[in-house]
Write a protein that binds this ligand. Sequence first.
Ligand code: TXA
Ligand code: MG
Length: 334
Amino acid sequence: MVSRNQNVTSRDMPEETERLAADETGIARAAELLARGLLVAFPTETVYGLGADARNGLAVAAIYEAKGRPSFNPLITHVSDMNRAREIATFPEAALPFVRNGWPVGLTLVVPLREWSGISSLVTAGQSTVALRVPVSPVAQGLLKAFNGPIAAPSANPSGRISSTTADHVMTGLGGRIAAVLDGGMAAAGLESTIIGFRDKQPVVLREGAFVVPDGVPRLTSPADASGRVESPGQLASHYAPSGLVRMNARVAAPGEWHLGFGEIKGNASLSQDGDLREAASRLFALFHEADAEGVERIAVAPIPDHDLGRAINDRLRRAAAPRHGRDFEGQLR
Ligand code: TXA
Ligand code: MG
């Protein structure tokens, strides 16, 4: 059994989603649910977000589960103000003009993550950057203050569906799969935030959105579909893969391989001894980092069942296992 404490497993998934009024009582309840590792949808000025404690890997894994997301895109971390943002990330020179007069409405910045930020590696998909946003909507602000911590939140819709701009949309898409929705009426912008990252000390637009970017800032966006989702989010960021070569579906390790176990396959370290996919998701990137830190050159990963969160885990493992720079795994073995 997984040690439960305040964390949750799928057996603890709520059957009924609480609809909370966006008043002091509702916000306090929402904050309490987040602190227990549960999922709460809340309005921002762009769209509704599906929030979880950004420091709790199991809670973050539950976001992917509730949305049925087949891959681990990094998530936006929401904080109450610039001071909190600076605790999590550093701000390169080129980022400062954007936040000089307060955090702009509808803007997300991708900035270097601090080493001891406490943010779950599932939020950043193991990358060294983090997408940060300070929402201005009073309900989102109220929730961030009551919760007193960073909230990871993608848009509150099932994977592949359009973003939610009302609590009703959230209920239709995710009712019964999340603990609560804070009903703050219609999200004002109705369009996701603009995402800006930095390359070679220059800002680049990674996603167009609610914040209007001055002309002249280069665009690194790929065509978005009607939902505003970028077709290949993989293009936005160099996807994290460990330095070691990855081999999937390995019941036993070959000599020299570091074996990542799952369930009854113990390995050198385990994604989840209980075969719990949510725990495995929450540990995946952290274990990749551990392998990197130990200078592991070959990683063999036990078979992961290809359902629910297992699909996202396998998607990520396939990317990590894909041949790189001619250093394909089979090639090395031969
Ligand atoms: O308005 C919004 O942005 C809403 C509200 C809830 O904040 N959120 C939202 O999140 O639209 P989501 O998960 O649907 O989109 C987040 C995007 C993804 O395309 C992801 O690839 C990108 O942000 N992203 C997150 N972290 C990143 C990083 N470190 N580097 C590059 N892109 C990142
Ligand atoms: Mg989305």
